[in-house]
Design a binder for this molecule. Structure first.
Ligand code: SAH
Ligand code: SF4
Ligand code: F3S
Length: 499
């Protein structure tokens, strides 16, 4: 049986899809890239912005005829939009068989099995978690608990990298954000489960783990009289043999405590890279967003972070055109971006989310044209800063964890099936530095998964270009360069890598 799955949204969703695929493989499914070949088609969805939802409804619309011609196909909508829209999805696309929220994904194999067994006379199924006001805290927490991971190395972007969930949900309730409603209450996973899963990943050959949580640095777990913080977890994970790199996303500015900064500074395997979304440079906007900090708090945190961890790379997220944002408020964001020198920033136009406090309290009154202009202006400034900072790497040697063929090499191998990316000749590879900068260089496919010294000879806002350093009895030799400069990655490409 064949399974087609499409995933949008954040790393949480990528991980969820990996786990759903692993559980369906146990039922005899194999993956296909072609929805028309598939017996079961699943969409793992996101509700963070309207655009993410629109994408799924148009994909569903395109399946209408296929479903009429092949009524046995199972079509399922999973994830955050399933939790958010629930039965509305059946109304808009009556041929959908299955709706499953992110807290109920463990039920997917049994639901698909039942639907198939019923044949064309099947009934539609929906399994979602409780809403934030639909029970006691404990009941709501239980209904959002994720299922035990069944890892599937074949679904990961590379076998050498994996996400490990350490928290689910969010209790911060920023006024613009749908995540606390669709992902439920903030809950930390036990250190023993996290350590066991990471050891298993290391044994499977994984070299880099990225710890996931909506506010990952708010991690707290009480075990007897010991309270575990993220810094304690990093110390414990650091001892796992085989794991060479540890990252974590996303940080909440208010919870960037000194114990965590010390752990990042002192543990060599932990990336000197922190994603700490600021969202706006205006105190009045931050207040309307209910972010819980001021510009002054953030500035203090950033200074302290850079004092504790020299050469740390910090990245951020911004929302432009939030309700009532004036030109003057937006200019404060520009000023703070100019001052803060983020490695990169993800910039989003505000998208009103029905059901959030923002949608109830404020009007979405900044015209789309103004949102677009502010988005472009902020992006241009950030790109200029990223490029300047990347140029500082010219001539320097960096350590690169090799992730796989570069986009250019992948495209070339897709166009020329005679030269697959797994051949043993030189190809363009991509990887990341310890501070999360993307590096492209020529190498050999067998170097994928290794950590290599690379000297940087060129840079743009998104990418460093380099040559692998080869050392022979004290003499340094550089490999011959056959690299063609790739196109600068667009913001969209960068997003698909990180988000
Ligand atoms: N938990 C993370 C972010 C989750 S959503 C954190 O707290 O930082 C990822 C990003 O999407 C957010 O940082 C924010 O910049 C953006 N975002 C969230 N809701 C949005 C909305 N309604 N419109 C536009 N962007 C939004
Ligand atoms: Fe959303 Fe705020 Fe929670 Fe992040 S911290 S997931 S932006 S509510
Ligand atoms: Fe989207 Fe859900 Fe992630 S709403 S951003 S997929 S937590």
């Amino acid at each position: 049986m064949k399974l087609y799955i499409e995933t949008v949204g954040c790393q949480m969703n990528e991980l969820d899809s990996e786990l759903v695929v692993a559980s369906l493989r146990k039922d005899g499914y194999e993956l296909t890239n072609n929805p028309h070949d598939a017996d079961t088609i699943l969409f793992n969805t996101c509700s963070v912005r309207q655009h993410a939802e629109d994408k799924i409804y148009s994909a569903l619309g395109r399946l209408k005829n296929a479903k009429r011609e092949h009524p046995n196909k199972v079509i399922g909508v999973l994830g955050c939009m399933a939790q958010n829209h629930q039965g509305i999805i059946f109304k808009r696309a009556p041929y959908v068989d299955l709706i499953v929220g992110p807290g109920q994904l463990h039920q997917v194999p049994a639901l698909v099995r039942d639907i198939r067994a019923e044949g064309v006379t099947r009934t539609q199924r929906m399994e979602v978690s409780l809403g934030r006001n639909d029970g006691s805290r404990d009941q709501i927490e239980r209904s959002h608990e994720s299922f035990d991971p069944l890892r599937d190395p074949a679904m990961r972007p590379t076998p050498y990298q994996a996400y490990v969930r350490i928290m689910i949900g969010c209790d911060k309730f920023c006024t613009y954000c749908i995540v606390p409603s669709v992902r439920g209450p903030e809950q930390s996973r036990s250190p023993s489960a996290i350590l066991a899963e990471s050891r298993q990943l290391a044994a499977e050959g994984c070299r880099e783990i990225t710890l996931l949580g909506q506010t990952v640095n708010s991690y707290r777990f009480q075990e007897g009289d010991r309270q575990w913080r993220l810094s304690d977890l990093l110390v414990a994970l650091h001892d796992i043999e085989g794991i060479n790199r540890i990252k974590f996303v996303t940080n909440y500015p208010k919870d960037m405590t000194n114990d965590l900064l010390a752990a990042v500074r002192d543990l060599p395997k932990v990336s000197k890279y922190l994603h700490i979304p600021l969202q706006s440079g205006s105190n009045t906007v931050l207040e309307r967003m209910k972010r819980g900090y001021t510009v002054e708090d953030y500035r203090e945190m950033l200074l302290r972070t850079r004092e504790w961890i020299p050469n740390v790379a910090v990245s951020s997220d911004f929302i432009v055109g939030f309700c009532g944002e004036t030109d003057a408020e937006f200019q404060l964001t520009m000023d703070l971006v100019r001052e803060s020198r983020f490695k990169n920033s993800f910039i989003f136009k505000y998208s009103e989310r029905p059901g959030t406090k923002g949608a109830t309290l404020y009007a979405d009154d900044v015209p789309d044209e103004v949102k677009r202009r502010r988005n472009n202006e902020l992006l241009a400034l950030q790109n200029q800063i990223s490029e300047e900072d990347n140029h500082a790497f010219l001539g320097r040697e960096v350590e690169v964890l090799v992730e796989g063929p570069s986009k250019t090499a992948e495209k070339a191998s897709a166009a020329d099936s005679e030269a697959p990316a797994t051949a043993s000749g030189p190809i363009q590879l991509t990887g990341r530095t310890h501070c999360d900068r993307i590096v492209v260089f020529d190498g050999n496919p067998r170097q994928i998964g290794q950590t290599l010294p690379v000297t940087i000879y060129d840079a743009n806002a998104h990418t460093l270009f380099g040559e692998v350093v080869t050392r022979h009895s004290g003499v340094e030799l550089f490999t011959l360069s056959v690299t063609k400069r790739s196109e600068p990655a667009s913001q969209k490409e960068a997003l698909s890598i990180l988000k």
